[in-house]
Design a protein around this ligand. Structure first.
Ligand SMILES: NC(=O)c1ccc[n+]([C@@H]2O[C@H](COP(=O)([O-])OP(=O)(O)OC[C@H]3O[C@@H](n4cnc5c(N)ncnc54)[C@H](OP(=O)(O)O)[C@@H]3O)[C@@H](O)[C@H]2O)c1
Length: 276
C-alpha cells in the first residue's frame, strides 16, 4: 500500500505520531469518533464546533491518547471568521497536517416545501465553509510540502436522494470541488480525499429540528467508526474517494451507466416508502 505524505503505516495501521489534525463538527456523531480515532493513531487533534460542553467531553477522550489536543468553539456558518480560526489553530499547532471538514447540517425537505433561505444555509455550512477553511490552511500545507484535506460528503453527492435536494447539491458541490482540488494539488505533497457515507447511526443528523422524518430505514445504519476507518485508510493510502459502505460505489457506477433508469428507480422506491 502506498503511504500518504505525513504518515507511516505499520502493520497496516496508520500512525500519525508528530502530526496535527483539525476536525470540524467534532462535538457529536461522526466527527467525535473521527477525532478520537485520529488521536488514537497518534495525532494531536483540534476539535471544532459550537457546543463547548460537548467538545470538552470529546477533547478529554482525545487527550487520553494525545495530551496536547485542543478545542476551538466556532460557528462555521460565519464564513468571515474562518481565516482567524485557521490562524489560531496554526499558531497553537505550528501547522495542520490533516484537516477533516466534517461539520454539516441535514435538510430533509421536499423541493416544493423548500425556501431559498434554507438552500442558502445548507450551502453555506456544507460547501462554502469547508472551502473557506481549506483555502485558509492550504498555503501552510503547501509551504510544508505535506497535508491531507478530507471532506465528509455523502452518498447523496452522487445519488440524488428524495426530499434532500438542497443537502445533495451541497455535497455534490463539495465533491466536485474536491475532485478538482485533488488534481490541482498534484506534485505539492498535499492530498485531497472525500468520504461518502450512506446511513450512519449514533449521530444527531436524523433528529435535528427543521427536517422531515427520514424516508430511509435507519435500521441499516452503520457505526461512525466505519467512517473513521475509511478516513484513516484514505490518509494512509493517498486514495481519493471511499463510500461507506463500499458497495455504494457499484450503485454510483450503475447510475452513471443509465441515469434515466436510476431516476425512475428512485421515484418508484420513494413512492413505495411513502405509501401509508
Ligand atoms: N449520519 C449520517 O448518516 C451521514 C451520512 C452521510 C454524511 N454525513 C455527514 O457527516 C457529517 C457529520 O454529521 P453527523 O451525522 O455526525 O451529524 P451530527 O451528529 O449532527 O454532527 C454534526 C456536527 O456538525 C457541527 N455543526 C453543525 N452546525 C455547525 C456550525 N454552524 N458551526 C460549527 N459546527 C457545526 C455540530 O456541532 P455543534 O452543533 O456543536 O456546532 C456537530 O458536531 C455531516 O457533514 C453530514 O452531512 C452524515
Amino acid at each position: 500500500m502506498p503511504v500518504g505524505p505525513g504518515c507511516v503505516t505499520l502493520g497496516g495501521m496508520v500512525t500519525l505520531t508528530g502530526r496535527s489534525a483539525l476536525v470540524t463538527g467534532a462535538s457529536s456523531g461522526i466527527g467525535a469518533v473521527v477525532a478520537e480515532a485520529l488521536a488514537a493513531a497518534g495525532a494531536r487533534v483540534g476539535v471544532v464546533a459550537r457546543r463547548k460542553d460537548r467538545l470538552e467531553q470529546v477533547l478529554a477522550r482525545c487527550r487520553e491518547h494525545a495530551p496536547d489536543s485542543a478545542l476551538w468553539t466556532a460557528d462555521l456558518a460565519e464564513l468571515d471568521a474562518i481565516p482567524d480560526l485557521a490562524a489560531a489553530v496554526e499558531r497553537e499547532f505550528g501547522g495542520v497536517d490533516i484537516l477533516v471538514n466534517n461539520a454539516g447540517m441535514p435538510k430533509r425537505r421536499r423541493v416544493q416545501d423548500l425556501s431559498p433561505a434554507e438552500t442558502e444555509d445548507v450551502m453555506r455550512l456544507n460547501y462554502l465553509s469547508p472551502v473557506r477553511l481549506t483555502l485558509a490552511l492550504l498555503p501552510g500545507m503547501i509551504r510544508r510540502g505535506r497535508g491531507h484535506l478530507v471532506a465528509v460528503g455523502s452518498v447523496a453527492a452522487r445519488l440524488g436522494p428524495p426530499h434532500e435536494a438542497a443537502y445533495a447539491a451541497s455535497k455534490a458541490a463539495l465533491t466536485a470541488f474536491w475532485e478538482s482540488l485533488a488534481v490541482d494539488l498534484d506534485g505539492t505533497g498535499v492530498r485531497a480525499h472525500v468520504v461518502q457515507p450512506a446511513l450512519i447511526a449514533g449521530t444527531e443528523l436524523f433528529t435535528l429540528p427543521g427536517n422531515e422524518e427520514p424516508i430511509s430505514d435507519l435500521s441499516d445504519a452503520l457505526p461512525p467508526r466505519e467512517v473513521a476507518d475509511a478516513i484513516l485508510d484514505l490518509v494512509g493510502s493517498g486514495g481519493f474517494e471511499r463510500y461507506v459502505p463500499g458497495w455504494f460505489s457499484e450503485m454510483a457506477s450503475g447510475k452513471a451507466a443509465d441515469v434515466d433508469a436510476f431516476v425512475d428507480g428512485v421515484k418508484e422506491w420513494t413512492r413505495d416508502r411513502l405509501q401509508p
